[in-house]
Design a protein around this ligand. Structure first.
Ligand SMILES: [Zn+2]
Length: 114
């Protein structure tokens, strides 16, 4: 005897209409965040809730803010430096002048004009 069929059939016509609106999620709004690595993250929060100022980027873990042009954490981060910037950091201008003068002197010696 197919019991499954009997059980299902017993509800025909008697099942109450499920109130669909009870299962709908609360109204949400999308909020976009950008981390300093340029990753955009979009989350959805309750429409009446205040968006958190900072959201952790799921891709790199850095804090992400709602201002794409000014993501949080930039001040703390190591800014991009050129090789010259690193050289200048290690050497003072005076040292740089001396190194340059030395190099020019060596060049002139090789050319026989120093
Ligand atoms: Zn990121």
């Amino acid at each position: 005897m197919p019991n499954g069929h009997v059980i299902r059939g017993s509800r025909v016509g008697s099942a109450p209409v499920r109130p669909a609106e009870r299962y709908e999620p609360a109204p949400c709004r999308p909020v976009a965040y950008w981390c300093r690595n340029g990753h955009q993250t979009q989350i959805r929060i309750a429409a009446e809730a205040e968006a958190p100022p900072v959201w952790d980027c799921p891709r790199c873990g850095h804090p992400a803010g709602q201002d794409a042009q000014n993501p949080p954490g930039r001040a703390r981060s190591e800014p991009y430096k050129s090789h010259l910037a690193y050289v200048k950091e290690r050497r003072t201008d005076a040292e740089g002048e001396a190194i340059l003068a030395e190099a020019l002197a060596a060049l002139r010696r090789r050319r026989g004009t120093g």
